[in-house]
Design a protein. Structure first.
Length: 390
């Protein structure tokens, strides 16, 4: 049968029909352990009762009214996000790319206020910020950009985790207005920078009066073991973007801002028809409350470390393991050989994983995964890795 879907994804040959927690079932009722959470989205797992309840209750009252009117749920969600993060205000979008678009627009407004005619943002190699024209221009991956030239001006790429490279760009250019960076690079392969990397970026931004903008679309909402990854560094950025886990599958993104950055997007400067709808905000609020009640940030830290430790123990005699690294529940297992094939081998074995950058297995399990399920994950995947590498 010919498909009428544009072939933008090379899909695995499986169709899921239902889920519960960390489990998914396919058409033939085969069960899979989900160690990817729909790419860091379903942190509460599938069919979570709090999400279900919020969806049902809100959709019985109002799904959408538009931002021409007050939306109490949006106010509530913004207040909660600011309480949790220390940020001042929020613009709601429907996705991560759109949240980053808002951040990029804030940086440009900030630059024009300082009379820069060509405001420029420092971004990182191997970064990922989305698929819109501005966000793919910011993205540090030629594969994402190829064929879409001309790219947007106003971005300089430097190596990730390299403070000297940022300093050098700041010396050479007098039109830098912001630094945009992921606290841990996700799509780039679970790249964890030096522990003080964000602190040093914060100091440079203060020194040069430019905006520190964090793309926490993947790292945010508990994934790394704190509500926001910047909280590990005891700093606050000027701009921070969110999406993925915020709605647990209900599309919603957010661009949070603080201080001078929070005053730039005024009436008429930005907008979104759907952004911050009553339905999306009600679900996101239920997600935040659940993560808080069940202390899932702490659990992300404990379980992420337990998973990395268990793999280290199980795979200690496998000479093909380059390293096993994690920041909370962002877990990378790097091999010394290409291992994309492991994705379909794992699927056959009833396990969902991902491979990035050819040689890194990436795991993003739901934060609600049980320790029994963790044992199963480590068992299945370690055996597959050992079988694959020998
Ligand atoms: C997934 C992701 C995005 C893009 O989010 P979309 O919702 O797909 O637009 C942006 N930045 C990071 C760090 C991401 O992981």
């Amino acid at each position: 049968m010919t498909s009428h879907i544009m072939p933008t994804y090379g899909r695995l040959d499986v169709t899921f029909t239902k889920g519960e927690g960390a489990w998914l079932w396919d058409q033939d009722n085969k069960r899979y352990l989900d160690a990817l959470s729909g790419i860091a989205v379903c942190s509460l797992g599938h069919a979570h009762p709090a999400v279900h309840k919020a969806l049902c209750a809100q959709s019985q009252q109002l799904v959408h009214t538009s931002n021409l009117y007050h939306i109490p749920g949006q106010e509530k969600l913004a207040t909660k996000l600011c309480e949790l993060s220390g940020m001042d205000n929020v613009f709601f979008s429907n996705s991560g790319a759109e949240a980053n678009e808002a951040a990029i627009k804030i940086a440009r407004l900030f630059g024009h206020e300082k009379n820069h005619t060509n405001p420029t943002i420092i971004v990182m190699q191997q970064s990922f910020h989305g698929r819109t024209m501005a966000t793919l221009s910011a993205t540090g991956n030629p594969k994402v950009q190829a064929g879409f030239e001309p790219l947007l001006n106003g971005f300089v790429h430097v190596p990730f985790n390299d403070i000297a490279a940022i300093e050098s760009v700041l010396k050479q250019h007098d039109n830098i207005v912001a630094i945009l960076v992921e606290p841990v690079q996700g799509e780039g392969g679970v790249n964890i920078p030096a522990p003080d990397y964000l602190n040093k970026i914060r100091a440079l931004c203060d020194q040069h009066d430019i905006l520190m903008m964090l793309d926490e679309v993947q790292t945010g909402i508990g994934r790394t073991g704190a509500w926001f990854a910047f909280q590990h560094n005891h700093i606050i950025p000027d701009v921070c973007t969110l999406a993925k886990a915020l709605g647990n599958g209900m599309p919603i993104g957010a661009c949070m801002a603080k201080g001078k950055a929070s005053k730039l997007l005024t009436a008429g400067k930005h907008g979104s028809t759907y952004g911050g709808s009553p339905l999306a905000c009600s679900v996101a609020l239920a997600v935040l409350n659940t993560i808080e009640e069940q202390q899932l940030c702490q659990q992300a830290s404990d379980k992420g470390n337990a998973i990395a430790q268990a793999f280290s123990t199980r795979l200690k005699n496998n000479p093909h393991i380059v390293n096993i690294r994690n920041k909370g529940m962002m877990i990378g297992i790097e091999l010394d050989l290409p291992c994309a094939e492991l994705v379909s081998l794992a699927l056959d074995a009833g396990l969902l994983i991902n491979v990035t950058g050819d040689t890194s297995i990436r795991l993003l399990p739901p934060l609600i995964i049980s320790y029994e399920q963790i044992d199963l994950l480590v068992d299945i995947l370690s055996s597959l890795i050992d079988g694959y590498t020998t």
